[in-house]
Design a protein around this ligand. Structure first.
Ligand code: FE2
Length: 512
């Protein structure tokens, strides 16, 4: 960038200088290297000076006298018609200028004029340099501002730990756009213990000039080859595999977690007037790699806590299901069926996960129902049934104080509501029943009918399907029964088998 900027300003100063010389009736010839430049310097807005016709002929003579002038000679008389003087240009792009004047001016006069114009040119060059420094500073400030804004917005978005890939992708996008790279990427190493969602991820912004799979493989090998130490921050074409693959210099920085390298952030294909990586680029990438490392640590901790929390809930639900050998594994099966139904009706991944968690804990309120009622082998009397009907509300009350569970409460509270308004606890009807409640309602009833209960044997699959069809629009949301019955129940059947095996071996060990 500097080169171009400087040249533009230098050209402007040269034009200004030429305009002033022309205004004084002088010809101006720029000199660079061993010869005069081929064109006489003149601003296009300035009319040709009065001696123009002579100057073409003078050009050859000028080349010859230039050395003498440069060596410090005063103005030289070229012939009767013209004389020439030298104006050095030590701070500009030229070595100097030969000034020519017609006979109306003596060599001494031209010499004095050349002296004054030399000072004038030096001033113009100094203004150029100052202007250049100001522009350069303004540009650096502008870039710093953009970098700070980007780092700030990355910092802000780091609090959303639930979608780590989305955040890392956003960082790559911002890096590419702010810095003028053709592409940028964040590549995370493969690590079986990493459950952050970034494990083995390769997030790319922009268009990489190679196959995505080849890029993925090359960045994977890069992580293996550099390991925890010895990272170079710049890769070159024909020297390094990745740079050769993408056909441009690659700037990179390792992402660390607890001192261990867990990924790399890299960028290439930089365009614009200054395509080479600057120290500013390196520093920025270093800061971004630091952010991604810190984010990974947070995401890992968050995932660990979330898993621990859900694990505890699963344990509580499973313990409740296990109180009664006939309901063993019920919550896990309802969670799986609810999740599959949510997928089929097109809910997004986050909602599908919420339905799963909601299914896992939907009966947690049974903890408040006496065991004698829960495990009763005969039919329940009205009073006992009233006690059972309290479990959605009890479950809701248990979970509502936990901030992370706010999104799954609907499934817990409303999984026993009916489409026709005859369910419990609130007798909601139709779409007034939250979707999670309607989804889990179908899954819950399907599992209850499909498994043996203390008071009746399991119903055959066809009969269960028939019942669900029959109750579509009365008990169940009619828009859900079709998609539900279209599910593949292989996974469900395997689960039932596993749960039955577990209860039988449990009963066997108790008997022993
Ligand atoms: Fe229930």
């Amino acid at each position: 960038m500097h080169g171009t900027l400087h040249k533009e300003i230098a050209d402007q100063a040269t034009k200004m200088f030429a305009r002033r010389c022309n205004a004084l009736g002088l010809g101006v010839w720029s000199c660079l290297g061993q010869t005069l430049t081929d064109q006489r310097v003149a601003d296009e807005q300035t009319p040709q000076d009065t001696a123009s016709s002579d100057h073409a002929e003078l050009s050859e003579k000028l080349a010859a006298v230039r050395e003498q002038l440069q060596a410090g000679k005063d103005a030289l008389q070229l012939d009767e018609q013209a004389c020439a003087a030298w104006v050095p240009d030590p701070d500009g792009p030229f070595e100097g200028f030969v000034l020519t004047s017609t006979a109306s001016r003596s060599a001494e006069e031209l010499n004095a004029l050349a002296q004054a114009l030399a000072w004038n040119l030096a001033d113009l060059r100094r203004i150029d340099q100052d202007q250049f420094a100001v522009d350069d500073l303004a540009e650096q400030l502008g870039q710093s501002y953009e970098n700070i804004t980007m780092l700030y917005s990355i910092g802000q978005s780091m609090s959303s730990l639930e979608a780590p890939q989305h955040l890392a992708q956003g960082i790559c996008d911002q890096l590419r756009m702010t810095q003028g790279y053709g592409w940028s990427a964040a590549r995370f190493a493969k690590d079986a213990e990493d459950a952050t969602g970034l494990n083995d991820a390769c997030l790319i912004a922009g268009a990489i000039p190679c196959e995505a799979n080849a890029f993925r493989a090359a960045t994977g090998r890069l992580l293996e080859s550099f390991g925890d130490k010895g990272w170079r921050k710049l890769l070159q074409v024909e020297q390094d595999e990745l740079a050769t693959l993408v056909k441009s210099e690659v700037i990179l920085d390792p992402i660390r977690h607890d001192g261990r390298v867990i990924g790399v952030v890299c960028a290439g294909g930089k365009t614009g007037p200054d395509p080479e990586a600057t120290s500013g680029d390196t520093q920025l990438l270093d800061a971004i790699a630091g952010f991604l490392g810190a984010f990974h640590e947070n995401a890992a901790r968050f995932t660990e806590q979330k898993n621990m929390f859900i694990g505890s809930l699963e344990a509580v639900s499973a313990a409740l299901d296990a109180k009664d050998r006939y309901t063993f594994g019920h919550s896990e099966r309802v969670a799986m069926l609810g999740m599959r139904l949510a997928e089929v009706i097109g809910l997004d991944a986050e909602e599908v996960e919420r339905i799963r968690i909601s299914g896992l804990v939907h009966d947690v309120g049974k903890i408040g129902v006496p065991e004698a009622v829960l495990c009763k082998t005969g039919r329940l009397n009205d009073e006992e049934f009233e006690q059972i009907k309290k479990h959605p509300r009890i479950g809701y009350n248990i979970l509502k104080g936990i901030p992370k569970m706010a999104d799954v409460l609907d499934g817990v509270l409303y999984h026993h509501e009916r489409w026709d308004g005859r369910g419990y606890p609130d007798k909601l009807a139709g779409e007034a029943i939250p979707l999670y409640g309607r989804i889990l309602g179908v899954a819950d009833t399907f599992d209850a009918m499909s498994s043996t209960r203390s008071y009746r044997a399991a119903m055959p699959r066809e009969q269960v399907f028939e019942e669900i069809n029959k109750c579509s629009g009365t008990q169940f949301d009619p828009s859900l029964t079709g998609p539900f019955l279209g599910l593949d129940f292989t996974e469900y059947d395997e689960m039932v088998e596993r749960h039955q095996g577990a209860t039988e071996s449990d009963l066997g060990s108790r008997a022993a």
